[in-house]
Design a binder for this molecule. Structure first.
Ligand code: HEM
Length: 145
């Protein structure tokens, strides 16, 4: 169960990065091209939102079952950079990224048929979210070999 979830979390990361990157690129193109944000463009935003939300749920469960998550919490572990990454920095940064991406999508949804502001919202919030995800992926362990 534990290793199955860990593998799922690991594979889902490809979908997260791909989805967010596609949503971000499409939004950037629409924003810079001054296009009107449509419902089709909202669906492009879902490409990033859906895997990010699935990954968030898997991550939270993993946090409670993995030996690297909550079970490893101690003052001593916080002094070790890899342990601290899994206990604190990775979960916290990813949750902030998920919240930002969700805000970007929700704001964009309200701009359908107006102007290019929906694109701008997705481009900025997904862009920052992507940056945060890349910043705190455990690169020591992923993609592995
Ligand atoms: C967009 C969100 C997220 C991404 C892209 C992501 C990505 C990753 C990656 C690439 C790994 C290393 C997997 C490996 O060893 O191959 C990992 C491990 C881990 N993540 Fe996440 N994660 C996300 C969200 C979260 C959240 C929200 C939590 C907890 C609240 C979390 C908890 C963990 C834990 C505990 C591990 C260590 C698992 C183990 O090796 O036993 N993750 N994550």
């Amino acid at each position: 169960m534990d290793t199955g979830l860990q593998h799922l979390h690991s594979y889902m990361t490809y979908l997260v990065l791909l989805g967010v990157l596609i949503s971000f690129g499409a939004a950037l193109a629409g924003w810079l091209g001054n296009k009107t944000f449509t419902d089709k463009d909202r669906k492009m935003g879902l490409l990033g939102l859906i895997p990010v939300h699935l990954q968030w749920v898997i991550g939270v469960i993993l946090y409670f079952v993995s030996p690297l998550g909550m079970k490893n919490f101690s003052g001593e572990a916080m002094g070790d950079s890899v342990s601290r990454l899994y206990i604190l920095e990775h979960p916290l940064t990813m949750i902030i990224a998920v919240v930002l991406i969700t805000i970007g999508y929700s704001r964009a949804k309200r701009q359908i048929g107006t102007d290019n502001r929906g694109f701008k919202s997705i481009a900025i919030f997904y862009g920052i979210g992507l940056f945060l995800i890349l910043l705190r992926i455990p690169w020591n362990a992923w993609p592995g070999n």
